[in-house]
Design a protein around this ligand. Structure first.
Ligand SMILES: *Cc1c(COP(=O)(O)O)cnc(C)c1O
Ligand code: SF4
Length: 441
């Protein structure tokens, strides 16, 4: 069986046969919200994942198609007006661009993470924590499908100045050469698995050379297992991909696929099961991660199912993230206290084998901050927090405390507990600059 990918977006989604299941209102919402929040999906998601009989509330539909509530009432009304008036395309485009910019398309000071090689700014690299660099290959700056909650969306909507992409692999290798503290390289995007096997190989092969002995782990962050498992089964270059994975493992390095799964349904098809088995047959490991999303996976039972199923299939649960402050966060966000409750109620249902997962974690400017719990100390209700990663590695693992706030949805809304004026790391953090973005002391 050979599967050919067919992509759908705002311009052709009406050719999807199942669209007849949608009400007029839902179609109108797609037309309006889809102008501001770009979407893209494909025949696998449409035919094998979405439950069209319950499309009004279906989580996979919500992840792939715009819904009315994802846009503020104000923005919704403004787009509706423009479309009704049939104003000139340039005028419409400009308004829509302004709306997108107001949705915080580039959260958490990512410009701090872009390193330099001498005078050259390496736009395709982010280096925030000493041991791991993120690499954004320019050919991987799109995805098989665009997740409606994703903070990468400006990259796909022509906002090129925000695009982190590197044309020349050469600069990457020069940088790695100079930074022997780096042990991990994480290919990200977009989705690196939209690249052909030969392009991916061009980036990966040099990492296997003796001068790259300090690189121990190659990671690939991808949504392909969830949204296009045929990437590893029946695409033209699937066999080459598998051979490449095999090559990495035989070279003595660890290959870790950082797979993004939001809902147990994404692990339910024959195709995903086969794809996971095939990847694992090369010796590669698959680690899994997902944000916690209201309207998608905000039930402890779903997470327990997700982790158990992942372990059944030989994957390693890795991160649970708090939804980031971008795009339609208001639709997906949950208070931090609720995030922790969901995590904890899921965690206690599963055996130690599934408890490799860590969360709920916020990727903030200062680092990855985990909510360890809510506690009461001498009458004050507090959040107990710690860094899983920090701009200064010394911050990692030290418990610290914030006033409990039932409404807070992100770290920047929290205040230090016990009347302190600052969190313990803020003094050091305030000294960081774009050219000195982290401390190794
Ligand atoms: C999460 C993250 C990493 C990897 O951190 P690990 O804890 O090693 O998984 C690297 N860089 C950035 C910017 C990250 O957000
Ligand atoms: S696949 Fe990943 S990068 Fe692409 S839209 Fe989804 S979450 Fe964002």
């Amino acid at each position: 069986m050979n599967k050919t990918i067919r992509s759908y977006n705002l311009h052709n989604y009406r050719t999807i046969p199942q669209i007849s299941f949608l009400s007029e209102t839902m179609i109108k919402d797609i037309e309006i919200v889809g102008r501001v929040l770009p979407f893209k999906t494909n025949n696998y998601v449409v035919n094998e994942l979405i439950d069209w009989n319950n499309v009004e509330t279906d989580p996979i539909f919500t992840l792939n198609f715009p819904r009315c509530e994802m846009l503020s009432k104000k923005h919704y009304a403004a787009v509706e007006k423009e479309l009704d008036r049939n104003t000139a395309k340039e005028v419409q485009d400009k308004k829509i661009q302004q709306m997108r910019l107001s949705l915080n398309p580039n959260p958490a000071g990512q410009e701090y993470n872009v390193p330099y090689l001498g005078e050259i700014k390496l736009k395709g690299i982010q280096h925030k924590y000493p041991e791991t660099v993120l690499f954004f290959p320019s050919q991987g700056q799109t995805c098989h499908a665009y997740c409606t909650f994703c903070f990468r969306w400006p990259q796909f909507s022509g906002m090129n100045e925000l695009k982190f992409a590197m044309k020349e692999a050469d600069l990457l290798f020069k940088y790695l050469h100079l930074h022997k503290e780096i042990t991990d390289i994480l290919f990200t995007g977009g989705d690196p698995m939209v690249m052909t096997a030969s392009v991916l190989e061009t980036y990966i092969r040099p990492l296997l050379l003796p001068e790259m002995a300090h690189i121990h782990t190659i990671r690939i962050g991808t949504k392909s297992l969830a949204y296009w498992p045929y990437r590893y089964l029946t695409d033209k270059d699937s066999d080459e991909i598998i051979r490449l994975f095999d090559l990495v493992n035989r070279s003595g390095k660890n290959l870790s696929i950082q797979a993004h799964f939001n809902h147990p349904r994404e692990l339910s098809t024959v195709a995903v099961e086969k794809a996971i088995r095939r990847i694992r047959s090369t010796g590669a490991q698959i680690r899994t991660q997902s944000p916690l999303l209201r309207n998608i996976n905000d039930k402890p039972e779903l997470w327990a199912q997700l982790w158990r199923r992942q372990v059944d299939l030989g994957c390693i649960p890795y991160y649970m993230f708090v939804a980031r402050d971008t795009g339609s966060k208001h639709y997906f966000e949950l208070p931090l206290g609720k995030c922790w409750q969901i995590y904890r109620k899921a965690y206690r249902q599963v055996s130690g084998i599934c408890r490799t997962v860590r969360g709920p974690s916020m990727s903030d400017h200062a680092g990855k901050i985990q909510i360890l719990g809510i506690q009461e100390v001498k009458g004050e209700k507090i959040f107990v927090l710690r860094f899983l990663q920090g701009r200064n590695p010394k911050w990692v693992d030290i418990p610290f405390f914030a006033e409990y706030d039932p409404k807070a949805t992100w770290f920047n809304q929290l205040k230090p507990a016990f009347g302190e004026r600052k969190f313990f790391f803020e003094e050091q953090q305030s000294k960081l600059t774009v050219t000195k973005p982290f401390l190794f002391e």
